[in-house]
Design a binder for this molecule. Structure first.
Ligand code: FES
Length: 380
């Protein structure tokens, strides 16, 4: 079985601690690994659910009075370190060194048994709210689902969907702006930033962040239809203070109230930014760089697994290149737009972060050249 290294080396909650009384054994499953969970002497153990003798599930066994796990089939007994310490059929023979259970790291914390199948770099994450009496603990599930684990985690942290998918359960659809009372305060080192990317959030917050940056050299901004409709005045104010707007085609049309993208761009440029980059999904991107227009196609992909994150990865590649190169003129911007498109094309090829997590410079450079080749043609 192939398991993602991040999941393998992290801690996962596999059972409620209350399910495991002293001296009991429980079967559990983690990332395709069948586990036997047991507890003795106050310690919790997580072992591969397989006896070293004939492969019987150790979760069928029992915990002896001496704090060993005894297999249900022939009674081999294992100590806490996984080594077999007694073979009933050969009581006078020392068990062979290879007679061991596979032992994983296990911890009990926050009412759960946590297991890592790999080499965790740190302990179970801190969760101070657990001991805060003002928080109510609700333990739900377990639920079985067939889905990508990263998308599932992403969904749990995707707070803005709550009021619409779970109305009045944990959010109010008539008051969906969970950030409206959020007032970010930049740490001192951030205030010295020369390059600022104001990611897609309420324009009032973008303004607040921009106010705190002392001498920005280049400011770019992303926005969306929600803010164009609901916070237009603040959005127009922040547009007057930025250099580059990154926006998708439908939102550019909505912001400018103009379907034609050339005219829409002219309208938006008059609001303040000197550059507008219009993302056009699978059709690529078109940028209006002052008097110049630059356009590139979308990278032709055989498989498109997951469009989520394409816009953010574009912005990351775009800004990353501008920061790294220091070239903010038309040539630098053209290259930055291709760099953003390269990152977005990798992003959509796999679910969640799968497409960009293991990228290296060679693959990025190879795809950059592929973009160059897409639009290269000779003289007439
Ligand atoms: S299979 Fe476990 S003791 Fe024989």
């Amino acid at each position: 079985m192939s398991v993602d290294a991040v999941l393998l080396n992290d801690w996962q909650g596999v059972a409620r601690a209350s399910d495991r009384a002293e001296g009991s054994v429980l079967a559990a499953s983690l990332l395709g690994e069948e586990l036997a969970l047991w507890r003795a002497g106050g310690r919790v153990m997580a072992w591969r659910d397989r006896c070293a003798h004939r492969g019987t599930r150790l979760s069928l066994g029992t915990v002896t009075e001496g704090g060993e796990l005894a297999c249900a089939y022939h009674g081999w007994r294992y100590g806490e370190d996984g080594a077999c310490v007694h073979i009933p059929a050969q009581p006078t023979v020392a068990p062979p060194a290879k007679a061991r259970a596979k032992v994983f790291r296990a911890r009990e914390a926050y009412g759960f048994i946590w297991v890592s199948l790999g080499e965790p770099a740190r302990d179970v994450p801190p969760f101070p709210e657990w001991d805060d009496p003002t928080f109510r603990k609700v333990i739900a599930g377990p639920y079985e689902f067939h889905g990508n684990p990263y998308r599932t985690i992403e969904n749990f942290t995707d707070v803005p969907h709550f009021p619409f998918v779970h109305p009045m359960l944990n959010a109010d659809p008539d008051r969906p702006n969970v950030f409206e009372d959020f007032d970010p305060e930049l740490p001192p080192s951030y205030r010295e930033a020369r390059h600022v990317f104001l990611a897609n959030i309420a324009p009032q917050l973008q303004l607040s962040v921009l106010d705190q940056v002392e001498q920005p050299r280049l400011v770019a901004l992303d926005t969306m239809n929600y803010w164009i409709e609901g916070s237009r005045d603040a959005l127009v104010e922040v547009l007057g203070r930025i250099d580059i707007l990154v926006i998708n085609d439908e939102e550019a049309r909505q912001l400018a109230d103009e379907y034609n993208l050339v005219r829409a761009a002219e309208t938006i440029l008059a609001m303040g930014p000197s550059v507008i980059v219009i993302k056009r999904g699978e059709h690529g991107a078109t940028a209006f760089l002052g008097d110049e227009v630059f356009t590139i196609p979308g990278y032709p992909l055989r498989e498109l697994a997951d469009p989520a994150g394409a816009g953010d990865s574009f912005a990351g590649g775009f800004m990353g290149h501008l920061v790294r190169s220091g070239e903010h003129g038309p040539e630098g911007l053209r290259r930055a737009i291709v760099a953003g498109s390269v990152m977005a094309s990798f992003c959509v090829e796999e679910f969640s972060l799968g497409g960009i997590r293991d990228l290296d410079e060679d693959r990025i450079a190879t795809r950059y050249r592929a973009f160059q080749a897409l639009t290269r043609f000779g003289d007439l």
